[in-house]
Design a protein around this ligand. Structure first.
Ligand code: PLP
Length: 456
């Protein structure tokens, strides 16, 4: 098998779609720390979590022991509309870099929402529907998550209320219209519809909003409406779980050709695509069956793994969500407005935080302009116009491939290409005009936000 010529795209059959998600927590010796109730500071119970999330999702959130969880048939049917996603051999990029490395990427942008977020959106909407709920509320920053959730809710006939960070609402009218086309109700945040929103509007008149604030609004809105629950597009362990279809498919595709990656790279905002991509491989590493190098890539403007601390922190501005132990810059940290909106979150998945703290994964931060240089080179040779978030992974994959050129090593590199950049043309315009900047927070700025964190 090993010598068979590898095609540009390795396709799986529909029948080869994963039937179960893989829960990496089951194989972790050091489990992620439990979520804490923000009022009692005690670990959240299933009952408490079920007030915010759908019961089945709350159960998945708390499940540290079941390694495989069946994917319901209805979700598999939806996945079939845009999965399995091919594993692509980046022959053209290899040639352009003149590297002996073999580069592969798993592209998740082949659906209307344009990113991997649909993998979890359909799962979360499905469990809400099954519980007999009327609808769900959520926040969206750049808009990818809101779009994915709108699509999933339209498919299942659920109501969808999205609180969209005000500056994105104004700057990304097309994203907003996609959501409305799918039937979602989109409100700029902070709004006057919630107590948290009114308070923030009063305190900071004319504010552009933030993700942390939009989360608080969405949680409050859900708790005030009969038959609604809140859903979140990243960070949570349930979201990582749903995203493991990415890694499971990649693993199956490699196996077809007797190949295996040495290095696996992904961009990290809240950690869901990276966690989903690496989980099955990390499981092999944790069980002592194989070894891999894992690299999380974050923007140097919001470097939670590389410059944050590992501690309990709030997930949102209003402190209504459970506290999570994670690598964080502090919930009051205000990342500079970068063009990779999906990576502008102060914290990180608790699963990835624990794996990183245990030395099982490494992290790097990269600057915005070097990310766009990589994106441009990739687009020109591989054809796909990548999302700015995804381009963080491209940048480090290229760095690793160039290292191989120096050493002559034939390493196999896999990276996650999470989405397309069609809604990010304003960012590309800035890059093309040469007016893009690289903001890197100072140690003092980071320390200030960390000093304001809860002491637990
Ligand atoms: C949201 C998003 C990300 C970052 O989110 P994670 O939860 O860290 O995966 C990355 N790429 C794209 C295209 C996104 O939309």
């Amino acid at each position: 098998m090993a010598n068979k010529e590898i095609p540009y795209k390795i396709y799986l059959e529909e029948s080869e779609l994963p039937r179960q998600w893989y829960n990496v927590r089951a194989d972790m010796k050091n489990k992620p720390a439990p979520l804490l109730n923000p009022k009692t500071l005690k670990p959240c119970t299933l009952e408490e979590l079920s007030e915010v999330f759908c019961t089945e999702l709350a159960r998945q959130e708390l499940d540290d022991t079941t390694p495989y969880i069946d994917i319901p048939d209805e979700i598999i049917d939806f996945y079939k509309m845009y999965r399995p996603a091919p594993l692509t051999r980046a022959y053209c990029l290899e040639k352009a870099l003149d590297t002996p490395a073999k580069i592969y990427y798993k592209f998740e942008g082949n659906n209307t929402s344009g990113s991997h977020k649909l993998n979890s959106a359909i799962a979360q909407a499905y469990y809400a529907k099954k519980q007999g709920l009327k609808g769900v509320t959520t926040e969206t920053g750049a808009g990818q998550w809101g779009t994915a959730l709108s699509m999933a809710c339209a498919y299942l006939g659920l109501d969808c209320k999205v609180f969209m960070v005000k500056c994105s609402y104004e700057q990304k009218p097309f994203r907003r219209e996609v959501m409305r086309t799918y039937g979602a109700n989109v409100t700029p945040s902070p709004s006057m519809l919630t107590e948290v929103g009114r308070k923030i509007n009063e305190q900071f008149p004319g504010t552009n909003g933030s993700l942390g604030c939009a989360i608080s609004e969405a949680v409050e809105a859900a708790s005030n409406m009969e038959g609604y629950r809140y859903v979140l597009g990243s960070v949570l362990s349930q979201v990582l779980l749903h995203q493991t279809v990415i890694g499971l498919e990649a693993q199956a595709a490699f196996k077809k050709y007797g190949e295996k990656p040495d290095i696996i790279i992904g961009c990290a905002g809240g950690g869901s695509n990276l966690g989903g991509l690496i989980s099955p491989f990390m499981g092999e590493k944790l069980r002592g069956e194989a070894d891999y190098e894992f690299i999380a890539v974050e923007p140097s403007s919001c470097p939670s793994l590389t410059r944050g601390i590992y501690a309990y922190d709030y997930c949102d501005t209003g402190a209504v969500c459970p506290l999570q132990k994670m690598y964080t810059l502090g919930s009051t940290f205000m990342p500079a407005s970068s063009h990779a909106g999906g990576l502008r979150y102060h914290g990180m998945s608790s699963v990835l935080s624990q794996l990183y703290d245990d030395g099982l994964m490494t992290a790097r931060s990269v600057k915005q302009t070097e990310v766009f240089e990589a994106a441009q080179q990739f687009a020109r040779v591989e054809g796909i116009l990548p999302a700015p978030e995804s381009s963080h992974a491209i940048k480090v994959a290229m760095d690793e491939a160039l290292k191989c050129k120096e050493t002559g090593e034939e390493k196999t590199i896999l990276f996650g290409l999470t989405g397309t950049g069609y809604f990010d043309m304003y960012a590309y315009q800035k890059f093309n005009d040469g007016v893009m900047d690289d903001y890197i927070p100072t140690d003092e700025e980071i320390k200030e936000a960390i000093d304001r964190m809860p002491k637990i």
